[in-house]
Design a protein around this ligand. Sequence first.
Ligand code: FES
Ligand SMILES: [Fe+2]
Length: 371
Amino acid sequence: MKDESTPQRQTPDSLMLYGFWYRALPSQQARRNRLQKAMLLETPLVIGRDRQGLPFALHDACPHRGMPLSFGWFDGQQVECCYHGWRFDPRTGQCQLIPSLTADQKLKLDRIYAGSYPCEEHDDYIWVYIPEPAPAGAGFTKAAEPPIPAPRVPALSDKYKTAHLTADLPCSVDHGIIGLMDPAHGPFVHQAWWWRSRHSIHEKLKSFEPIPNGFRMSAHTPSSNSAPYKLLRLYADADSITTTIDFVLPNLRLETIRAGKCWFSSLTTVTPITRDHCRIDVVAAWNIFRWVPFGSELLKFVFAKFVRQDQQTMEKQSQGLKHSPHLMLIDDADRPAKWYFQLKAAHLEAKHAGGEMKHPMAGPVTLKWRS
Ligand code: FES
Ligand SMILES: [Fe+2]
């Protein structure tokens, strides 16, 4: 292993991980009787809703001559291609009708598939499972069964509220993710008079531990300059507030803050759209502020401001990245980013060689930085 104390040159590889669930689009964008385009991992998708309101996701290219099915029609039962009118079952992608066939032509329709993808809807989003791509030239058959259900926002009681936010980032998924886990940009990017100034920077000590497919910033009292903490302090004893932050492959950041019976949680994802474009989606859930007018608006305002600041920063950064500069990851502030790359490499290695993934962290670690 390389000496951890010297800066490592590191260029994100922007490899996209197949075989996981991804957020395709916010629920409200998928409507009945309308076909909506989406893109995940450079895979074009068409998303719709059937008569029961259940979402479906098909490969957005007709198996006949590649016409995007999103230009076609959906009558609530079958998706019809706009070019020669082939019809497909929205859930299985199986071909149901080829209008040009005569009665005596016995083409086996049931062997023709427009690719379909497992699709679930939770917490204001449509999730789609993207399997390992089939070898080039192999057509589609039935959809792969996902090994696990789509991720959920942590919820610690029955009644709660949610809100979501989304922002496009003009960079690879790797830059989006390491930007998300990077503690050192806070004082410079996330300044606001009601929040913090760069003078509030101070030394922090955080413990991390390995968890399956990721790492956890162990339960601790949140930094005195974190927004949800400032809000929660109005409700609970400062000492009773704890927060846990998990990162889990391929792209999940889960945060849970508890203060007695009050809780606040979020699931943030950075989704690869193409190799150099990703999207950040945040869904927050909470049972605080249910009795406070404007409580959720306030929280939304704080979150929206943060996400916008990150987005604007990455827009500027992308101008620099165009020219493929050499990059560095330093200790300890960039150690989570290093773990991310190591986790990704270990995941791909295990997939390639078979067997269990070798976790890059041997055990708990304490990191120190100023932010
Ligand atoms: S391209 Fe779709 S029916 Fe021909
Ligand atoms: Fe940020």
